[in-house]
Design a protein around this ligand. Structure first.
Ligand SMILES: [Zn+2]
Length: 64
């Protein structure tokens, strides 16, 4: 295996790690809706799809 192969493999592993991080990232469930603050089940993050959509839109805007 030459140096280019090693570099390519390292890059591939790094990309995988970043993808995994991104999937795992985002807010953890807190027991309250992240958008409106409504109390919800502990393993949920939003009370309904509308809140999730609004939250995601707000975050997409902030990122842009
Ligand atoms: Zn909500």
């Amino acid at each position: 295996m030459d140096e280019a192969d090693i570099a390519a493999e390292r890059l591939e592993r790094e990309m995988e790690r970043l993808l995994r991080l991104r999937r795992a990232s985002g807010p953890a469930p807190t027991g309250a809706c992240l958008w409106c603050g409504e109390t919800i089940e502990a393993d949920r993050r939003w009370c309904d799809a509308d809140c999730r959509d609004d939250w995601e839109r707000a975050h997409a805007l902030r990122r842009a």
